[in-house]
Design a protein around this ligand. Structure first.
Ligand SMILES: Cc1ncc(COP(=O)(O)O)c(C=O)c1O
Length: 473
C-alpha cells in the first residue's frame, strides 16, 4: 500500500472519530471506531516491528521520548562494544578500536548528516546543546564584530566601511527553551554588549506559537539584528517552524540564521544545507535515543568552515596535526572545529546504534508515521476529552513530534498518568506533553493513552496529587 496510514487520514477527513456508521462519508462503521481503526493502522504499519527493538518496560506506555528516548538493543550493543574496547584496549582504543575513538565526533556527524540534510563535513557531535549555543553564537558574534558578517545597511558607513558603533543584536523568541537565552545573553555580555539592548525577543500572539510574520516584522523593524536564532520546533507547544522561510528572512535582512533543533532532529527531516542555514545545534537524548546526557550535535554550513570557534579547544584542531601539540590553534576545516575537548566516548557510543536504527526505519517514513499518530491523538482528544485543549498546530507543516494537551490541572494530570504507567511530562503552566514517537509507539498505544486521560479526569483521580512538585519530568 502506498500510504499505510491512509485509513487514519480517510477516517479523519470523513468527519472525525467515534461517531459510528453515520459519521463521515465512508459509511464504514469500522473506519470510525477508534479501536478497529487503531488495529488496522497497526496491521498496515511498515514500522511496527521496530518497537520490539526498543526496551520500553512492560506495562509502560512511554510518551516522553521528546525528553529522553528509550534504550534500544542497537544502542546498548554499541555502548557495550565501547565498554569492552576500553577494558581490552585501554589507551590504544583511540587508534586501534574498530572504528577508532579518535574520529568519533566526525564519524557520528557523518551518520547524522542525512537526517538534517547536510554534507557530512557540516555535522559533528560534541559538547552539549547549551555549550554549542555558546560557541556558535559566540563565533558568529565575533564575525559580526570583526566586520565580516553578512552585509547589512545598519552596520555600514556611507563609504561601505564597517561601523563598530552599531552593536549587533540577536533575535530570539519568548517561547524558547530558557537555556538558549541564558547562553546568548552570556555571549553578548562577554563581548561588552548589553543583553537588555541587544537580545531582541519576538513575542507570541497566543502564548503557544510564534507567527513567522512576527519574525519577519522584527527584522524589518530592527536593522541591527546580526543573528536570528530560533528553534526548529518549540519545546512546549511543539510548533514546527519553517526553517527555510526564517533562514531566507534572516539572510535578506543581512543576518545569520541559526537553529536549535532539539525538538525535531530524528523526528522531522530537515534540509539545512538547501535552506541556507548557517548553524544549528541539537541533542541526541530525545528523538535520537542515545541515552541520558548523551553527546550534543551541531551543524555549521560549509561556507563558514575555517573560522575560529569562540570556544576553541584541542579537539577542534586540524586533525592531522592535533598531536603535534602546537600552542597555535589551527581549526579543522569542517564543523569538527566546533568540538572543544575530548569527546565523552561512553555518552557518544549509544548514538551509533540508535541512529542506525532510525536510518533503517527511514526519516521520511518515521515522519509519516509520526504525523499519523499525532493526527489520531488529536482526533481522539477532540472526540473524547472535551475538557482538554490541543495547543499544538493542527497543520502538518507546523507540527513537530509531540502534542501539547492543555488542561488547568495539567500538573496533577501528568503525575496521575505517570503513576499509572503512562509516562508524559508537564510543562508550566498548563501543558501535558504527549509524544507518540514513531519508532516504538502503536496506534493502539495512543488510544490507550487517551482513554487513560479520560478515566483519570472522569474519576477525579488526579485531584489526589499535589502541585508545585518541581523536579525533572
Ligand atoms: C530546545 C532545547 N534547547 C536546549 C536544551 C538544553 O540542552 P542541554 O541541557 O543538552 O544543553 C534543551 C533541553 O532539553 C532543549 O529542549
Amino acid at each position: 500500500m502506498d500510504d499505510p496510514y491512509a485509513p487514519a487520514r480517510d477516517a479523519l477527513a470523513g468527519g472525525g472519530l467515534g461517531g459510528g456508521a453515520d459519521d463521515g462519508d465512508a459509511g464504514d462503521a469500522a473506519a470510525s471506531d477508534p479501536a478497529i481503526l487503531a488495529a488496522r493502522l497497526d496491521d498496515n504499519d511498515p514500522l511496527s516491528a521496530f518497537a520490539d527493538r526498543y526496551r520500553v518496560p512492560d506495562g509502560v506506555l512511554y510518551m516522553d521520548g521528546n525528553s529522553l528516548g528509550p534504550a534500544s538493543d542497537a544502542a546498548l550493543a554499541s555502548l557495550d562494544r565501547v565498554v569492552d574496547e576500553w577494558r581490552d584496549l585501554l589507551i590504544s582504543g583511540w587508534t586501534d578500536a574498530d572504528p577508532p575513538w579518535f574520529s568519533v565526533g566526525e564519524r557520528l556527524g557523518d551518520a547524522l548528516a542525512p537526517l538534517v540534510g547536510a554534507d557530512p563535513s557540516e555535522v559533528v557531535v560534541g559538547n552539549s546543546i547549551t555549550v554549542n549555543v555558546h560557541t556558535l553564537v559566540g563565533t558568529f558574534l565575533d564575525e559580526l564584530l570583526a566586520g565580516n558578517g553578512p552585509e547589512r545597511a545598519g552596520f555600514e558607513r556611507a563609504d561601505g566601511t564597517w561601523d563598530p558603533a552599531v552593536d549587533p543584536a540577536v533575535l530570539v523568541n519568548e517561547l524558547d527553551f530558557p537555556s538558549d537565552h541564558y547562553a546568548v545573553r552570556a555571549q553578548l555580555r562577554q563581548r561588552g554588549l548589553d543583553p537588555d539592548e541587544t537580545l531582541r525577543v519576538v513575542e507570541s500572539r497566543d502564548g503557544r506559537t510564534i507567527d513567522p510574520r512576527d519574525v519577519e516584522g522584527a527584522l524589518a523593524t530592527h536593522d541591527d539584528v546580526g543573528i536570528v536564532f530560533m528553534p526548529t520546533a518549540l519545546y512546549r507547544s511543539g510548533q514546527l517552524f519553517d526553517v527555510s522561510r526564517i533562514a531566507q528572512a534572516a539572510h535578506e535582512a543581512g543576518a545569520y540564521a541559526g537553529f536549535d533543533a532539539a525538538h525535531s532532529a530524528g523526528a522531522v527531516p530537515h534540509e539545512f544545507r538547501e535552506a541556507g542555514v548557517d548553524f544549528a545545534v541539537w541533542c541526541t537524548y530525545k528523538y535520537l535515543n542515545a541515552g541520558p546526557g548523551s553527546i550534543g550535535a551541531l551543524f555549521v554550513a560549509e561556507r563558514h568552515h575555517g573560522l575560529t570557534p569562540a570556544l576553541a579547544g584541542w579537539w577542534g584542531h586540524e586533525k592531522a596535526t592535533q598531536f603535534e601539540m602546537n600552542t597555535e590553534y589551527t581549526p579543522a576545516d569542517s564543523a569538527g572545529a566546533w568540538q572543544i575537548g575530548t569527546p565523552p566516548l561512553l555518552s557518544a557510543a549509544p548514538l551509533e546504534g540508535s541512529v542506525e536504527l532510525l536510518r533503517e526505519a527511514g526519516i521520511e517514513r518515521l515522519r509519516a508515521k509520526s504525523l499519523a499518530l499525532t493526527d489520531f491523538l488529536i482526533a481522539l482528544v477532540d472526540d473524547r476529552l472535551p475538557e482538554v485543549g490541543v495547543g499544538t498546530p493542527r497543520d502538518h507543516a507546523a507540527r513537530g513530534g509531540h502534542v501539547a494537551l492543555e488542561h488547568p490541572d495539567a500538573e496533577r494530570l501528568s503525575a496521575a498518568l505517570t503513576d499509572r504507567g503512562v509516562v508524559v511530562d508537564f510543562r508550566p503552566p498548563n501543558v501535558v506533553r504527549v509524544c507518540p514517537a514513531a519508532p516504538y509507539t502503536s496506534f493502539a498505544d495512543v488510544l490507550e493513552v487517551v482513554d487513560g486521560i479520560g478515566a483519570i479526569l472522569d474519576s477525579g483521580a488526579h485531584e489526589e496529587y499535589a502541585t508545585g512538585g518541581g523536579g525533572v519530568t
